[in-house]
Design a protein around this ligand. Sequence first.
Ligand code: HMG
Ligand code: MG
Length: 306
Amino acid sequence: MLDNSQFPAEVTLVEVGPRDGLQNESQWVATDIKLKLIELLADSGLKKIEATSFVSPKWVPQMADHTEVMQGLSDLKQVEFTVLTPNLQGFEKAISAGAKEVAIFAAASESFSQKNINCSIEQSLQRFQPLMQLAKQQNIAVRGYVSCVLGCPYEGEIQPSKVAQVSQQLVNLGCYQISLGDTIGQGNPLSTKRLLACVLEQVPIDQLAVHFHDTYGLALANIMVALEMGISTIDASVAGLGGCPYAKGASGNVATEDVVYLLESLAIKSQINLDKLVKAGDYISQYLGRGNNSKVAKAILSKAID
Ligand code: HMG
Ligand code: MG
């Protein structure tokens, strides 16, 4: 029996496909397709799914049906859904639509903050204050993202100390967890290790999650480093869907199927049925008319055809 005691015994996956995965699709994805995808993801055992975002539809048209998506989720009681909210206006709409958890998003790069949410990092943190107050009053859990933690499409290298600072500010605002986003997938195992070591000086390990994009194929290698350092929450997107509208060159997120396969190979519990997950990824890939970005899904699907 191989010794896996250096890894967390169990990992929580945050499925971001319906939001981060689809937000960049230029072809409109019908609401019932989004809902079917979410249903298939839930059926695979995923317990935490980011369903949509309450951002401006002028900025991200694909998420314009956020309210309809939320209304369609009511039967899936076993899943905790979270939605992205950039400001008080988005938060209020999300709560009216029934959201019980939201995510706010800041960046470690000034230029990315301007391009993504039209304000500086400091302004964004100020903008989140009334949202956080309301969330506290209404008992709404808030997750915090930091984008561009391992590189920015406009500024290049980002200092880990800046990421640690923004992460700590989000914790101080009341976020229960910080998801560190390698938005353009520039991280490698060494830079990931350096970043996590720095952020862990400010944020407790059980409040940290990692969010890798697989632009250069190193997402799983980076996740291995995170697991070795004890991180037990990983964001991923089914079929490797994704990209960011404000980060040119950002390819898909790490594929959930590939992460589940890695976890299974390390005997780390995730409670996901891989075959069902592959079915969900295949469903949306077929709808979008494009190949599946998950290597594991491709291998499993090609075996099924043999
Ligand atoms: P703005 O234009 O500066 O906002 O956008 P504003 O406050 O000046 O308002 C302008 C107009 O937008 C007004 O309408 C507002 O009512 C409206 P008008 O008077 O012109 O008719 N507005 C809204 N409408 C709907 N929902 C709202 C909302 N707020 C204002 N919530 C804003 C500021 C933040 C709204 C805009 O920049 C925005 O929506 N940005 C979102 C961009 C986005 O979604 N990016 C992708 C997500 S981040 C990401 O993918 C990275 C992540 O995955 C981590 C990683 O991968 O690393 C999280
Ligand atoms: Mg992302």
